[in-house]
Design a binder for this molecule. Structure first.
Ligand SMILES: Nc1nc2c(c(=O)[nH]1)N[C@H]1C(S)=C(S)[C@@H](COP(=O)(O)OP(=O)(O)OC[C@H]3O[C@@H](n4cnc5c(=O)[nH]c(N)nc54)[C@H](O)[C@@H]3O)O[C@H]1N2
Ligand SMILES: Nc1nc2c(c(=O)[nH]1)N[C@H]1C(S)=C(S)[C@@H](COP(=O)(O)OP(=O)(O)OC[C@H]3O[C@@H](n4cnc5c(=O)[nH]c(N)nc54)[C@H](O)[C@@H]3O)O[C@H]1N2
Ligand code: SF4
Ligand SMILES: [Mo]
Length: 696
């Protein structure tokens, strides 16, 4: 039931062309409001909606090329069935009917033995609440398939916020414009949070000081007053040393601490173990940087921290995020609307997930949970009492694990299994789709309905389809609806259409939490969130306070206080692999999305390894030469860029390139490990030791 364009207040026609309001679907904190110009049924232009304050009429370079992606000549436009060996990328076109019938038959046969042998694999290829986990979740719940622990990005930091502040809550992003001191911590905002950066520029113009804490000298660091280039995975040591200085100099808000925190005496004792000299040694930075940052933080109001997920992709990432999240309460920064911290605002959205996902369809069953970050190992595991059944089928949508999951050597071995039945819903023949038994063509954001929360602001956005589906593409929802009917699932909820699902997302038994008519009319609506949510405490924790000490963590046998936990692979722990490798986002890609869009790939060039001149010279590596980057998990080759963006001892492999577009058909994840974080069971992409040598 592909949706036709409807004529309504949100679609305006100007001399034969229409402008349709939408939302950017990508996994980006900014969730921009889009205006798509359609002429004769063809989307000709995608722009930022100037009426939406958070978007301000501006899109990033990537999404302003969205039509190039939607009409890409390599877009998959019909269902495909594998004809060659797995991974060879050889497919033949088939009809929707024969693809769906065959998939339903295969899934039914597996489910008859044990439905938990079927595993969904999805992430935030689209952040839309409808095209991600609505009909799909209902389908897997009804089937009794394994559950998926969606840990690939943010669970360490998310769990840390929950344990400290009570949820993914924090400052309203627009008030950063009024801050006097902004600490950008583990975030390359210019590249990956562009609309936040606009507020920083306003604050800077008004005289604010801006400090960036990041191992890499990023485009963002270039524009800050100071850059603290710490070693990866040492943020908790830095945060504890800042606390040490706040304590010994008495730059504390005693009243706020007494009224609105728990565990102060214990945290104080912990922080006093971290004099700046000790942290400077661990972090590999001058002690003076720690002292002066503490002085500024303890004496400037309002002071705001923009934390991002870059700092939590290491073993101690959860503890580090917890330590940092304690800082604003110590100085009473939360008293001001322009003070406090923002990592993610997603917990502020009153989403009715149960209505969308219908966990009641499990009917009392409690399937096992597979962690998406260890899919490499799990695909290779045999049945056992502890693990449950061997994975026999994988249904992948909104994600591409062969490129993005850690330790891709293992992931590929898993996907190569001849006895694994793999279905991939996609726009393109990605590295993952190459291993599919069936590829099903999915619609893009221009072609379907959706509704969006955000994690970098507090507005809800509606996305209307601007054009009819391209080729035979169908929305994810429609694909799962048709599979449900072929599997004999007769519950009426499988017939809900996409607009109904959009309405259900914020509708609760006690009323609608967002004005849907306003969404239809304007395309966005702002949540009623207080300007300074914790000025008088009231944290959504069990105690209602900022929990320096977490009784919930202690009850799990974990440390109730934040601490510095060294990396799984910490600097200096291996002579064979002496360099720490991080692999942060590339500016013109969105994880692995857009790598196949030529105009964007041309800007990024090719896979690069940034390396400091000393590390390059010690290895006889010159700028622009090809290097081999390797460790005991694997090896890949790319071009070296001898760069002042790298500190000694740390190398950067930017972006999640498509494996097949790299030199040897692999990417950085050939080297990353399947170790997990301290909290949240997340991956440790930036906790990875390697060696680099000039390639023959
Ligand atoms: N252009 C673009 N935008 C994106 C993405 C993209 O791929 N491209 N990805 C999106 C996604 S999925 C997410 S989750 C969000 C947020 O994604 P994040 O991963 O937070 O992205 P960045 O803001 O680029 O910040 C990562 C920064 O953390 C730094 N870093 C690495 N290790 C450490 C460390 O141990 N400590 C500290 N302090 N810093 C460290 C990196 O050098 C990098 O500059 O961004 C989204 N936005
Ligand atoms: N080394 C290293 N690895 C990383 C990271 C890193 O920093 N370094 N970052 C990690 C992070 S933060 C994240 S979030 C993950 C992201 O990993 P993924 O969730 O896999 O994200 P993408 O690579 O953007 O791939 C999303 C896919 O979804 C598809 N898609 C988009 N919309 C739709 C739709 O409506 N329907 C269907 N069926 N498909 C759709 C796109 O075509 C795309 O191929 O990667 C992680 N991997
Ligand atoms: S990727 Fe981010 S910055 Fe770019 S249009 Fe989407 S929400 Fe806006
Ligand atoms: Mo992410």
């Amino acid at each position: 039931m592909p949706s036709a364009i409807r004529i309504s207040p949100s679609v305006s026609f100007v001399s034969g062309s229409a402008t349709v309001r939408g939302a950017c679907p990508h996994d980006c904190p900014d969730t921009c409001a889009l205006l798509t110009t359609v002429e004769d049924g063809v989307a000709v232009k995608v722009q930022g909606n100037p009426d939406h304050a958070q978007t301000g009429g501006v899109l990033c370079t990537k999404v302003s090329r969205y039509t190039e992606r939607s009409y890409h000549p390599e877009r998959i436009l019909q269902p495909l069935r594998r004809v060659g060996p797995k991974g060879s990328g050889q497919f033949e076109p088939v009809s929707w009917d024969s693809a769906l019938n065959e998939i339903a038959r295969r899934l039914q046969a597996i489910a008859a033995r044990n439905p938990e042998a079927i595993v969904p694999y999805s992430y935030a290829g689209t952040m839309g609440l409808v095209q991600s986990e609505s009909i799909a979740a209902r389908f897997f719940n009804k089937l009794g398939a394994s559950l998926l622990d969606r840990t690939i990005c943010s669970t360490a930091g998310g769990e840390a916020l929950t344990q400290t502040l009570g949820g993914k809550v924090g400052m309203k992003v627009e008030f950063f414009a009024e801050s006097r001191l902004i600490i950008i911590w583990g975030s390359n905002s210019v590249a990956s949070n562009l609309h936040f950066w606009r507020y920083v520029q306003q604050a800077k113009r008004a005289g604010a000081r801006v400090v960036c804490i990041d191992p890499r000298k990023t485009e963002t660091a270039d524009k800050c007053h100071e850059h603290i280039a710490l070693r990866p995975g040492t943020d908790a040591a830095l945060a504890l040393a800042l606390m040490h200085q706040l304590i010994v100099h008495d730059w504390l808000d005693h009243d706020y601490i007494a009224k609105h925190t728990v565990g102060w005496d214990a945290l104080k004792a912990r922080a006093l173990l971290w004099p700046p000299e000790r942290a400077a040694e661990v972090c590999g930075i001058p002690v003076e940087q720690i002292r002066s940052l503490a002085k500024d933080y303890g004496n400037t109001q309002p002071a705001a921290i923009r934390l991002n997920y870059g700092m939590q992709r290491v073993r101690g990432g959860g503890n580090a995020a917890r330590a940092i999240a304690c800082l604003p309460a110590l100085v009473g920064a939360w008293r001001h609307r322009a003070g406090g911290l923002l990592l993610s605002s997603s917990g502020m959205f009153p989403i009715n997930r149960a209505a969308l996902q219908r966990p009641d369809l499990l009917a009392g069953r409690q399937p096992r949970t597979i962690n998406m970050s260890t899919i490499g190992n799990d695909l290779l595991r045999d049945s056992s009492a502890a693990f449950g059944p061997r994975i026999e089928a994988l249904i992948v949508y909104n994600s591409t694990p062969v490129a993005v999951a850690p330790e891709s050597g293992q992931v590929v071995r898993g996907f190569e299994r001849e006895d694994l039945f793999t279905v991939v819903l996609e726009h393109f023949q990605t590295d993952t789709a190459d291993y599919a038994d069936f590829i099903l063509p999915a619609t893009t954001q221009l072609e379907h309905w959706d509704i969006h929360g955000a994690y970098g602001h507090t507005d809800v956005l509606l996305n209307r389809p601007a054009i009819a589906p391209v080729g035979q593409a169908r929305p994810n929802t429609e694909i799962f609806r048709s599979l449900a009917s072929r599997m004999g699932f007769t519950e009426p909820c499988f017939a809900d259409d996409d607009e109904t699902l959009c309405r259900a997302a914020f509708s609760h038994s006690d009323g609608d939490k967002i004005d849907f008519e306003q969404l239809l009319d304007k395309g966005f609506a702002t949540l009623p969130v207080p300007d300074a949510p914790f000025a008088e405490g009231g944290f959504p924790t069990p105690t209602g306070k900022c929990e320096f000490f977490s009784a919930r963590l202690a009850a799990q046998g974990l440390d109730g206080l934040p601490d510095h936990l060294p990396n799984h692979e910490s600097a200096g722990s291996s002579t064979d692999f002496p360099l720490a490798m991080i692999s942060p986002p590339a500016r013109n890609f969105l994880n692995s999305t857009f790598v196949n869009v030529k105009s964007l790939r041309d800007i990024e060039g090719e896979p690069l390894l940034e390396i400091h001149a000393d590390d390059a010279a010690a290895r006889g590596i010159s700028n622009g030469s090809i290097v081999r980057v390797f460790n005991h998990r694997g090896s890949y080759r790319c071009k070296a860029e001898v760069s002042s963006r790298a500190r000694p001892g740390v190398v950067h492999g930017l972006g999640v390139w498509w494996r097949k577009l790299g030199l040897d058909g692999s990417n950085v994840n050939q080297l990353t490990s399947q170790h997990l974080t301290d909290l949240g069971r997340g991956p440790v992409f930036y906790d990875c030791l390697v060696q680099v040598q000039a390639a023959p």
